[in-house]
Design a protein around this ligand. Structure first.
Ligand code: GLN
Length: 326
């Protein structure tokens, strides 16, 4: 494993950001999936993976947690790769929406979910994968996400069962989608695939590498494996930029300026195109269901390293180019 020097500018920024926010205690762990409530709330891990194969980590960056909604962009990219943009766009839009992630609603104009980052859109994508891959859908999803992470992502059976037992809103969404003709498969099977997708176990380090895989146009910078095609990556990053933080997406775009995705398990992935992936683990969530220190840490690093997509100085590019590989 190549490891970027902790004394490099990037290494110092990651360590400083971690210690700056390590003692923050606002927000609370998700409890609507009962098994998530067992997570110690104050764990905090930060990791950055560069497109050259470098890696910097701080805190509990190797502590496992469930990926939850951070899986959504990767499942979307898989669907785009397998089926192409037109087939995917026929069942889910790319329109930001200011409603909570678990809203039971469709875009009234199209009768399709607004975007693949909210639950309705992600369940529509699961429907596509179920129809295209049948029995093999979960294995294919697990394999592709593992390839993006460069690590075997295992299913957390406890969290999976806990969500399957309590996830009536998502079941309602799945039945609504079939009624609207978004898919024809059994809604119970589709939502089960979605629950298993959400219960894959990752670490902040895994998320950083998954982000770096998107940043490197779909090629995992550690394993050099081609995981996603360019067109899938481009569409995925676009919806992450506009829709990744649900009803907090506009605030995130202004403050951090990076395509990103949050999950109620405490994970955040953010992508600096062609440069790096950022992974955060922090289980305390804000009122939109986004990890609070995930936002703060990404905002601080974006500011410090000039990573914002519209940063006039573009310091990040120069600074990061100057890094020796690994
Ligand atoms: N599995 C979770 C749910 O559907 C994912 C939500 C999230 O991470 N925002 O409720």
């Amino acid at each position: 494993m190549i490891s970027t020097d902790a004394a490099s500018p990037l290494g110092k920024a990651v360590l400083a950001t971690h210690s700056r926010y390590a003692t923050r205690r606002e927000g609370s762990v998700a409890t609507y999936i009962p098994a998530l409530a067992a997570m110690p709330p104050d764990l905090f891990g930060l990791a950055v993976a560069t497109c050259e194969g470098g890696l910097v980590e701080a805190g509990e960056s190797r502590h496992p947690f469930t990926i939850q909604s951070v899986s959504k962009p990767f499942a979307y990219a898989l669907a785009l790769d397998l089926l192409g943009r037109d087939a995917v766009r026929a069942v889910v839009g790319v329109q930001p929406v200011g409603d909570p992630f678990n809203a039971i609603e469709l875009d009234p104009r199209t009768r399709r979910p607004f975007n693949p980052m909210v639950n309705a859109g992600a369940i529509a994508v699961a429907g596509l994968l179920q129809e295209a891959l049948g029995e093999g859908a979960f294995a294919a999803l697990q394999a592709r996400l593992s390839a993006a992470a460069g690590a075997e992502l295992a299913l957390d059976e406890t969290v999976y069962r806990s969500e399957a037992e309590t996830g009536d809103r998502n079941r309602a969404i799945a039945y609504l989608l079939r009624a609207a003709g978004v898919f024809q498969s059994d809604p119970a099977q589709v939502v089960d695939l979605y629950f298993r997708q959400c219960a894959l176990r990752v670490t902040a380090r895994d998320l950083a590498v998954m982000g770096a895989t998107l940043a490197a146009i779909g090629s995992n910078p550690l394993t050099r494996q081609e995981v996603f095609g360019l067109e899938a990556v481009r569409d995925t990053l676009s919806v992450m930029f506009t829709c990744g933080f649900y009803d907090g997406a506009g605030d995130w775009a202004c403050r951090v300026g990076l395509p990103a995705k949050s999950g109620v398990g405490g994970g955040v992935v953010a992508v600096v195109n062609r440069q790096l992936g950022l992974g955060v683990f922090s289980p305390r969530l804000d009122e939109n269901g986004n990890p609070l220190r995930g936002l703060l840490a990404c905002e601080a690093l974006s500011e410090e390293l000039g990573l914002h997509a519209f940063d006039a100085t573009n310091v990040g590019s120069r600074l990061l180019r100057a890094l020796p590989p690994g």
